[in-house]
Design a binder for this molecule. Structure first.
Ligand SMILES: [Zn+2]
Length: 420
């Protein structure tokens, strides 16, 4: 089996892995400014998308000229479409479109919907199965097998979380073994805090800002994090203002209750929130005291810009980041250097800044446990991808488990031959 690593090598973003030039696993964008794309010029016959995040599906419409067969879960298709619409809208403003509206429509129509655990056939004799990855609704681990007695199998984790959150129940751990493992590495070397303590500290901080009459801005990824935070706030009697793409995404999630852990609570939380439509209500929201859940989660655009511009000078306001901040994003710059670049203007916020690890990924312990158990079950080579510490992870796998491991570099092509 030949694997070409088209992105997500030593970085989080633009996931894209091409198997034997025929099967593509994910085709995403790195959400920096300007965005970075995977290596192009490929001609896959089949595409499988692990989940509906921009860095895994964002540039898929660009391949529609090739008429590939496309597989994903039902929620992933809705999310991929929504993200595509957003990319087109941003492209209109910046004057550069990575694909056309017609491509996005074709992607939606061509996508074949797959249920978890149902094996399906691809062109040229490949077989694949998706398993719940517990990361966002519809997220999947992908198990892929080549045809023939000498064919190899591969497990790709996508993004994965094995423990429950308020939104999801955690991954389905009944996936089969494989010869090759592609494992995400986002949090290699980092431990997630205890979830209950994290939630407690977060809620206390939000209440503290409300008590001071300030505004708590909670930037959230539209997909997954918004709904997690919405549910958490609701269960603590706090009804926020909700702004940005998270509104539409929540509606999509509610339409697919089978993918959620507790649809009723999300429904109630969504009903209790004040929704901002076309910017109406924002002025009232910033008067405070208030809690505003808004996109973008890495402060790279969306209504968060409006709120930051209006509120940055008042130290009684607060920004509570709720997730990983990719290198090159405003969120990362703010954390590391204390400033924001909004449409070319530099802001140095006086408001308090906090970061909470509401991660929807495996942490160091989870990653190591996964790799160890998969190597015990027959995996012969591991490729850590989708993380900044993939080389260290590969070294750890080699030294501590004794399994072959390679941290691929961008554009690298590796042939795995285990059956001489
Ligand atoms: Zn993801």
């Amino acid at each position: 089996m030949e694997i070409r690593f088209l992105g997500a090598c030593g970085e989080v973003g633009r996931s894209a892995f091409l198997i034997n030039d025929e099967v593509l696993l994910d085709y995403g964008i790195a959400p920096s400014d300007p965005p970075r794309y995977p290596i192009d010029g490929i001609r896959p016959k089949s595409v499988i998308i692990s989940h509906g995040h921009l860095d895994h599906t964002g540039i898929l419409p660009n391949l529609m000229d090739l008429n590939p067969e496309i597989f994903m879960t039902a929620v992933t298709r809705e999310l991929a479409y929504l993200l595509g619409k957003d990319t087109l809208k941003i492209g209109e403003r910046s004057g550069s479109q990575p694909f056309e509206s017609a491509d996005l429509q074709r992607m939606y129509t061509r996508a074949m919907l797959v249920d978890y655990r149902d094996e399906f056939d691809l062109a040229d004799g490949y077989r694949a199965t998706l398993f719940d990855a517990g990361h966002i609704p519809g997220s999947s681990l992908i198990h892929l097998s080549e045809a023939g007695a000498k064919g190899l199998s591969l497990l790709y984790t996508g993004d994965m979380k094995d423990t429950a959150t308020r939104l999801l129940s955690g991954s389905d751990n009944h996936y089969p073994s494989a010869d090759i493992l592609l494992v995400e590495s986002t949090y290699f070397g980092e431990k997630h805090p205890d979830r209950r303590e994290l939630e407690k500290a977060f809620i206390e901080s939000v209440r503290e800002t409300l008590d001071l009459g300030g505004v708590a801005i909670i930037p959230c990824f539209a997909i997954g994090r918004t709904q997690e935070i919405l549910t958490l706030l609701y269960q603590h009697g706090i009804d926020p203002v909700l702004d940005g793409m998270g509104i539409e995404v929540t509606r999509h999630f509610l339409a697919f209750p089978a993918f959620l852990r507790d649809v009723k609570t999300l429904e109630k939380a969504f009903g209790a929130a004040t929704l901002i439509r076309r910017g109406r209500g924002r002025k009232k929201a910033i008067e405070g005291p208030s809690v505003i859940v808004t996109t973008a989660g890495m402060l790279n655009g969306g209504p968060a810009f409006y709120y930051l511009k209006k509120l940055h000078e008042d130290p009684s306001n607060k920004i509570l980041l709720t997730g990983y901040q990719v290198e090159g994003t405003n969120g990362r710059t703010l954390l590391e250097h204390g400033y924001l670049d909004i449409d070319g203007r530099i802001f140095r916020p006086k408001m308090a800044l906090e970061q909470y690890d509401f991660s929807a990924h495996l942490d160091d312990t989870g990653l190591k446990h996964l790799v160890r158990s998969m190597c015990d079950r027959g995996v012969e080579i591991v490729f850590p991808i989708h993380g900044e510490g993939t080389e260290d992870f590969a070294r750890w796998i080699h030294e501590d488990i004794g399994c072959d491991a390679i941290a691929p570099t961008l554009g690298e092509s590796i042939v795995v031959d285990l059956r001489p």
